[in-house]
Structures are given as structure tokens and as C-alpha cells.
Design a protein around this ligand. Structure first.
Ligand code: OSB
Ligand code: MG
Length: 369
């Protein structure tokens, strides 16, 4: 693929609103845009999705920086890459650090697609022209505010509403939401806020006809989730617990969930995400594409992945304007009637807005390959 240069752009962007989950509140996002430049002058782009604090999983912006600079980029410099699939083996000596790996691998995938004059979706084997999207709503100061927010997104056609929950902001809130929105597809995401001691409480969620409950138990558990799934009717969807193809395989074998949320960063890249997709297709396990409050580049990668056939449920990748005053891509990601039209241009299909990249830049490092 003749990569000649890698540029790390460190960006700082502020979300339009504080996003509250059971683990904490996020508003400022520092992250990296990885640009790989080939001999032919074509650039591929990836985005690191970790947050400044290790609340969701153990990775952070700083660990992404350390691992990319000190381990992954030297491996890119010292190996020949013929296809993005090669990256998995090249990165194999480095354990975990999946978001750092996915950021670099994503840039290589974009470059590869552009060099082959294909969309990233086509390069991955995706066929959908439009994808269905839902929205993830954080914990709100009041139930009234939440109901307003839900109504707003239902009116704009979002295909399902995901609500962040935690002990104290769960059953009562969900009951009220269900009363106001009897027919809306609704799901809840606990981000590992409960334990098996809460099983009787979680059983009461069965009356709410939720599409699923996401990651109710520990971030690294698949054993107790299997016990919980036996005890409740609501389908369990695993997020944090699935960090690899083998995790997905074990969770399916154990019956730990009925649905899987696939995030490119969490599983270490598009190649692994595609392997999980193929496995779940074979095992009849529905999947959807999760989000990490991404800027435009990460958002574009999510859209491309979602074009694969087994992404049968709406994902979390909403339009750019839900998160940002200004995004770093042109055009921005737009949601119409709850769908995103997959871009037709090569690679990620959106141009990088170099001015915006500059505006949000807090650091830049360049490496010769
Ligand atoms: O658990 O899916 C999650 C945001 C930050 C960290 C974890 C999660 C989320 C979301 C929002 O639910 C996804 C998005 O809108 O990008
Ligand atoms: Mg989640």
C-alpha cells in the first residue's frame, strides 16, 4: 500500500451537551485523527475513540497516544502492508489496547478503499445504501426534560430510543416513558451499573417491553450475564464485555446475551468487527453498531460497517449536529427520517474539513515510514 507518512492530529472538541451515563459525565473530548499518507499522495483517516477517563473501558486518550506512538507506529514503520487485514497480525504482539489499534487500522482501511476506488462500505463487503439509526439519550436532570428529548427525536424519525439508566434512574423513569410512548421502540443501557443482587429489580423491567437491556452487569463479565439472561425476559445486549471475536463466540456459547453491540474501537478494528459480524450471522445473533460520541471520521467508519447485512438493528450513530456545533468532515453526517444515506465517494466518503481540523488541533506529530 506504500504508506510513506503517518500524521497524528490531536484534537479537542466540546460536545454540545454534557452526556451523562451510569459511570460519569462526558463533555470535552480529546482524541486523535490518524492520517496515513501514501506515495501516490492519497490520505486515509482513522479516529481514536477512547475518552479522557477510563470509565467505559480501561483505555484513555493518553493510553491511546502512548500505545500508538511507542508501539503501533513503529510496527507500521517496520512491516510491509499489502492489505488492511495484515494489520491484525502485525499488531498481534501488542495485547489489547483495542481503541489505539482500531484508530490506526481504520486509517489503513480508508486508504486501501481509496486506492481501489471503492467506498469503505464496498471494501468491507457492505451492500446497504441507507442505514437505520437510533439515538442514545443520556441521564437527564428531570423526567420532563427526558420526555421532551424523546419526543423531539421520535418526531425526527429516529428508529429507536436508547436511554441511559442507573440505580435510582431506571424503573420509574422507564415506566413513565412507556406511558407517554406506548409504541416507540425503546431500550436501556446500564453501562454495568448492576449486579446479580439486583435480579429481582431487573425482572420488573420485563413489563416494559424493551427491545433490550444493554450491559447490565460488570464490564468484563459473560458468566453472570448468562445467569441473568436465564432469569429475565428482556433480551440482554452486550457492549463492554465483547472485546474480540473470541469474546463474542464465548458469549454466544454461554447464552450470555441475545444481541451484540459491535463497536469498532472496542474490538480492535474493522477487520475484527467484520469477523464478529460474520460469526453472529452464522449463529443467528442480531447485532447493531454502537457509538463512542465520535467526530466525523469515526462516524463515517461506523456508517460503512453498518452496511454489512447482519447489522439488522438501528445503531447509535446519529447525525453530526446532535453532538457538535461544527464537525470535522464535509458534508456533515445528516439523518433524515431516521436514516443515513451511505456516501458514494471512495473511502470514508466524506472530505476532511482541514480548517476545522486546524481549529480543533492541540497537537501534531509526523512520522516517516
Ligand atoms: O455505552 O454505548 C455506550 C457513549 C459513551 C460511552 C459509552 C456509550 C455511549 C453511548 C452513546 O451510548 C453512543 C453515541 O451516541 O455515539
Ligand atoms: Mg453501551
Amino acid at each position: 500500500m506504500s504508506v510513506q507518512k503517518v500524521i497524528l492530529h490531536k484534537l479537542k472538541m466540546q460536545l454540545k451537551f454534557p452526556f451523562m451515563t451510569s459511570f460519569g459525565t462526558l463533555q470535552n473530548k480529546e482524541f486523535f485523527i490518524i492520517e496515513v499518507v501514501a506515495a501516490d499522495g492519497i490520505s486515509g483517516f482513522g479516529e481514536s475513540v477512547a475518552f479522557p477517563s477510563p470509565w467505559y473501558t480501561e483505555e484513555t486518550t493518553a493510553t491511546n497516544e502512548h500505545v500508538m506512538k511507542d508501539f503501533l507506529l513503529p510496527l507500521i514503520q517496520n512491516n510491509t502492508i499489502n492489505h488492511p487485514n495484515d494489520i491484525t497480525d502485525i499488531f498481534k504482539p501488542i495485547k489489547r489496547n483495542n481503541m489505539a489499534k482500531a484508530a490506526v487500522e481504520g486509517a489503513i482501511w480508508d486508504l486501501y478503499a481509496k486506492q481501489h476506488d471503492q467506498t469503505l462500505a464496498e471494501a468491507l463487503g457492505g451492500t446497504k445504501r441507507k442505514i437505520d439509526v437510533g439515538v442514545s439519550l443520556g441521564i437527564q436532570p428531570t423526567v420532563e426534560k427526558l420526555l421532551e428529548d424523546i419526543g423531539d427525536h421520535v418526531d425526527r424519525g429516529y428508529k429507536r430510543i436508547k436511554l441511559k439508566i442507573k440505580p435510582g434512574w431506571d424503573l420509574e423513569v422507564l415506566r413513565e416513558v412507556r406511558n407517554h410512548f406506548p409504541d416507540t421502540p425503546i431500550m436501556a443501557d446500564a453501562n454495568s451499573a448492576y449486579t446479580l443482587d439486583d435480579v429481582n429489580h431487573l425482572k420488573k423491567f420485563d413489563e416494559l417491553d424493551l427491545m433490550m437491556i444493554e450491559q447490565p452487569l460488570a464490564h468484563d463479565d459473560i458468566i453472570e450475564h448468562a445467569k441473568l439472561q436465564q432469569a429475565i425476559q428482556t433480551p440482554i445486549c452486550l457492549d463492554e464485555s465483547i472485546q474480540s471475536y473470541d469474546d463474542a463466540r464465548h458469549a454466544i456459547d454461554l447464552g450470555s446475551c441475545k444481541i451484540i453491540n459491535v463497536k469498532i474501537g472496542r474490538v480492535g478494528g474493522l477487520t475484527e468487527a467484520k469477523r464478529i459480524h460474520d460469526l453472529c450471522f452464522e449463529k443467528n445473533m442480531p447485532i447493531w453498531c454502537g457509538g463512542m460520541l465520535e467526530a466525523g471520521v469515526g462516524r463515517a467508519h461506523n456508517i460503512a460497517l453498518t452496511t454489512l447485512t447482519n447489522f439488522t438493528m438501528p445503531g447509535d450513530t446519529a447525525g453530526s449536529s446532535r453532538y457538535w456545533e461544527k464537525d470535522i468532515i464535509s458534508p456533515e453526517v445528516v439523518v433524515e427520517d431516521g436514516t443515513i444515506t451511505v456516501p458514494g465517494k471512495p473511502g470514508i466518503g466524506y472530505e476532511i474539513d482541514r480548517e476545522a481540523l486546524e481549529e480543533f488541533s492541540v497537537g501534531r506529530w509526523e512520522y516517516r515510514v
